[in-house]
Design a protein around this ligand. Sequence first.
Ligand SMILES: Nc1ncnc2c1ncn2[C@@H]1O[C@H](COP(=O)(O)OP(=O)(O)O)[C@@H](O)[C@H]1O
Ligand SMILES: O=C(O)[C@H](O)[C@@H](O)[C@H](O)[C@H](O)COP(=O)(O)O
Length: 172
Amino acid sequence: MTSEPVLLPPVVVMGVSGSGKSTVGTALAAALGVDFIDADDLHPAANKAKMAAGIPLTDTDRQPWLVLVGDALHAQPGRGPVIACSALKRVYRDTLRSSAPDAVFLELEAGKAELRARMEHRPEHFMPAALLDSQLETLQPLEADERGVVLDTSAPFAEVLTHAVAWLRASV
Ligand SMILES: Nc1ncnc2c1ncn2[C@@H]1O[C@H](COP(=O)(O)OP(=O)(O)O)[C@@H](O)[C@H]1O
Ligand SMILES: O=C(O)[C@H](O)[C@@H](O)[C@H](O)[C@H](O)COP(=O)(O)O
């Protein structure tokens, strides 16, 4: 007798720059056996150039990017994927849910000093630590009616991953 494969909804690993989205998302996708996509790779070149110059993106800058992220989210029903995407505001997550209504959100958090240190020590990344304040000001944490969980990434990495997998197994 074969067991039914577990259907995994699209998973968005969200949070400010340096919160660990790419790191946790890559490991989580590998653990779940689904594709990982980094939404940074979907940003138009102009958005990346703006951030690299230390200028925060506006809602208008982010809108076409969020549509691309939404398209990627619902491309493989039942097979994730796991996408690392900041999804800082509630309205951005609403845009993603308009493409993938079943998407779940894992919000990664850490203290400001830890976030700054991570950004400053990350080799060859376009995002300057100077944008951390703006990222934190823009962040609207998950609300009670949004399907997801907050994960404290100041815990050891293995614990963060175990918590993420356990939450998904219990919730989907
Ligand atoms: N849980 C963690 N504990 C310590 N360092 C971490 C953790 N998660 C990520 N990092 C480190 O912090 C930096 C930023 O992580 P990254 O995954 O690039 O974040 P984001 O994609 O959210 O910007 C990387 O150098 C990474 O190795
Ligand atoms: O909406 C935004 O302002 C960006 O998506 C931003 O949140 C993201 O942090 C950068 O693209 C840098 O990428 P990392 O988050 O991987 O550092």
